[in-house]
Design a protein around this ligand. Structure first.
Ligand code: FMN
Length: 325
């Protein structure tokens, strides 16, 4: 079990914040499938502080997904503090500060991974948010801005000194995007130098890698991103593997049920047509590598409404069911 400040997680596996994916619907699904904690995608502190309606929609939550971590990004300490107050009032159990996003539109405002180039400002941001909220505070970092300036250990210590309750490490440099494998040695080096829990992240694409990351780095928790998009069952599979039980792979109808339930949940917050379009990416991800999935790909592009979504999935998954095993 992992405790972050006063919040006890059911297990040490955390769903990564992922813009465009970690919607309320998806978070509810992966929570049910065994994630110890789920996180919203990064939410603009400026948008929250100015009361933008669309930004507020990102922090809409549900009791069944708790404990919920809400990730905020920004570069102005007082705006970040205000945003933290808003998300806590909206139901966040933990507040997470984004210091890893390398997207141009974010870093050009001094937010996200740009804070790794200005540790004094980063410290002011963490301290201001710390003062503004009593709930557990976490910070998600990269190894640094660029390989020439590997500040990972230094920034993790600054974050701890400023009162954060845990640090999450995605060990690539901002300038690298996703172009190189995550270097887990940074997670181990940080773990040796801070007293707060360290959550490791990067390239955990199957349950055995989650266990390996824990073993190799000594990290207290493991955050999973893309691996949970293509395999939302990864959390329960990892727990089973940790207990020495065999790995269970979801069958065709389990996959179909997951996608349909996700679609139904999305329909609660948007019109059916938009929900059908939104779920297409997940259908692709959840069927990648399965027999005849390339044939399915062409048909997915034609999905424009709920009815076609359901008939396309029914057709595909029934074909799978009838394949000799
Ligand atoms: C589509 C996409 C969206 C992402 N959005 C966010 C985000 O909003 N906030 C954040 O801190 N990281 C974000 N990330 C980074 C992930 O949280 C994670 O650090 C990264 O994908 C590495 O973990 P993984 O190998 O398990 O995917 C995003 C990554 C992807 C691929």
């Amino acid at each position: 079990m992992l405790s972050i400040g006063s919040v006890k997680l059911d297990n040490a596996l955390v769903m990564a914040p992922m813009a465009g994916y970690t919607t309320l619907a998806f978070r509810l699904m992966v929570k049910k499938l065994g994630a110890g904690c789920v996180t919203t995608e990064m939410v603009s502190s400026e948008g929250l502080a100015r009361g933008h309606k669309k930004t507020a929609e990102y922090v809409r939550s549900h009791a069944d997904e708790k404990p919920l971590s809400v990730q905020i990004f920004g570069s102005q300490p007082e705006v970040m503090a205000k945003a933290a107050e808003i998300v806590v009032a909206a139901g966040a159990d933990l507040v997470d500060i984004n210091m890893g996003c390398s997207v141009r539109k974010v870093v050009k405002t001094g937010a996200g991974a740009a804070l790794l180039r200005d540790l004094r400002k980063a410290a002011r941001v963490v301290s201001a948010v710390r003062r503004a909220c009593a709930c557990p505070l976490t910070v998600k970092i990269r190894a640094g801005w660029s390989p020439e300036d590997p500040v990972a250990v230094e920034i993790a210590r600054v974050i701890e000194d400023c009162g954060a309750d845990a640090v999450t490490v995605h060990p690539r440099f901002a300038t690298q995007g996703f172009s190189v494998p995550a270097d887990w040695t940074w997670i181990g080096r940080i773990k040796e130098r801070v007293g707060i829990p360290v959550i490791g992240n990067g390239d955990v694409s199957d349950p055995s890698l989650a266990l390996r990351m824990k073993k190799e780095t000594g990290c207290d928790g493991v955050m999973i991103g893309r691996g949970a998009i293509s395999n939302p069952w990864i959390f329960q599979q990892t727990a089973a593997m940790e207990q020495g039980l065999g790995e269970s792979r979801p069958g065709p109808w389990e996959r179909r049920a997951f996608l349909l339930e996700h679609f139904t949940l999305l329909c609660e917050s948007m019109e059916e047509r938009r929900a059908a379009l939104a779920v297409r990416g997940l259908v692709l991800a959840c069927t990648r590598g399965l027999p005849h999935s390339s044939r399915l790909r062409g048909r997915i592009a034609q999905i424009r409404d709920g009815e076609t979504l359901i008939s396309t999935m029914d057709h595909y998954f029934s074909t799978l069911e009838n394949l000799p095993s």
